[in-house]
Design a protein around this ligand. Structure first.
Ligand SMILES: Cc1cc2nc3c(=O)[nH]c(=O)nc-3n(C[C@H](O)[C@H](O)[C@H](O)COP(=O)(O)O)c2cc1C
Length: 317
């Protein structure tokens, strides 16, 4: 998610779950071609397994992006065919490409030829008037023939004109049964469902119908939900018992970043921790202290201890 799942967020999530697949923000193939690759691509070893999500419609540039994903050590590369923003439409990629499955197939084919990493596609149920189940199934059939390994479906259509990106994440109704049907009719593909899913109970319900579940906003709003994912979904031990352990565990990470650059703003890292106590006593106090103190020149250890003491005070009251 843009402005959300940067490397600092992903490192925070890795304190809570070792096995869940994490995704980068979308980066355009053009930005990778012309821009600062390290800034876009660098990540911490702890973030594995990790997928790079790219956007674009030029097979050559997208193939280069896939090659870079492999060179940088990513585990997968994902193509964004779900974003409805104007900026993205002007570049003729994102959700509008659902209209041209053959073009998406050419992109995926070029990427497959350029990398041995799995190439996956994230898309919508449909766009504008092209929103029948059969339209989506045709899209998936054509793109899968070019070798896409997995399809993640945001289970609502997008209106390319008239709705903002935010409205396009909320207004069109969720249509889960059509995504379940897609998995049924394409048993050779891995179908992952996305949209409006917040809890592990809901995840388990969907796993009765599809091979995977992607959580977007829930990961930001209530990250601690993921702290039980390793046990419930992957048959492994959970890394932590309490959010405070995550905060303390992240302290050396914050210190490392602050040591690299005297001008580094702790807020860049700590803004991702703000919701760690969401739904628990002390969450407001934690957020307050962390966001206020992150903006002034306090040392990382005191910042963390003050914020956690704030939570304790509320809990004890
Ligand atoms: C702030 C924000 C940024 C997003 N950026 C991306 C993105 O870069 N790539 C993408 O595939 N989806 C992006 N999305 C969409 C989410 O991945 C997801 O498909 C959508 O929010 C529905 O799922 P959810 O209800 O679990 O959030 C973004 C969503 C939000 C709220």
């Amino acid at each position: 998610m843009m402005e959300r799942t940067d490397r600092h967020f992903r490192v925070m999530m890795r304190q809570l779950t070792r096995h869940t697949l994490l995704y980068t923000e979308m980066v355009t193939a053009t930005a990778l071609h012309h821009g600062d690759r390290s800034k876009h691509l660098d990540f911490d070893e702890i973030e594995h397994p990790i997928a790079l999500q790219v956007g674009g419609d030029d097979p050559q540039l997208m193939a280069d992006a896939a090659r870079m994903a492999e060179d940088w050590g990513y585990d997968e590369v994902d193509v964004n065919i779900g974003c409805p923003s104007d900026r993205v439409q002007k570049g003729r990629f994102g959700a509008c490409l659902m209209r041209w499955p053959e073009d998406v197939a050419r992109v995926v084919e070029a990427m497959r030829a350029a990398t041995s990493l799995p190439v996956t596609v994230k898309h919508r149920i449909g766009v504008d008037e092209l929103d029948a189940y059969e339209d989506m199934a045709r899209f998936v059939r054509i793109v899968s023939e070019s070798g896409a390994d997995r399809f993640t479906v945001h289970a609502r259509k997008a209106w390319l004109k008239g709705l903002s990106p935010k409205e396009n994440r909320n207004v069109p109704p969720l249509r889960y049964p059509e995504v379940w049907r897609l998995q049924q009719e394409f048993p050779g593909l891995d179908v992952v469902i996305n949209g409006g899913i917040k809890t592990l109970d809901q995840v388990e319900e969907h796993l009765e119908h599809v091979r995977g579940v992607m959580i977007g906003r829930g990961a930001w709003d209530t990250p601690w939900v993921f702290a039980d994912a390793d046990r419930r979904l992957f048959g492994a031990e959970n890394p932590l018992d309490e959010p405070a352990q995550a905060v303390r565990g992240l302290l050396p990470y914050l210190e490392r970043w602050m040591a690299t650059d005297p001008g580094f703003k702790p807020h860049r890292v700590t803004r991702h921790w703000l919701n760690l106590f969401a739904g628990r006593p002390g969450t407001r106090r934690f957020k307050q202290i962390l966001s206020q103190r992150s903006r002034v020149g306090v040392d990382p250890a005191s910042l963390v201890e003050e914020a956690l003491a704030g939570v304790e005070q509320v809990r004890a009251a």
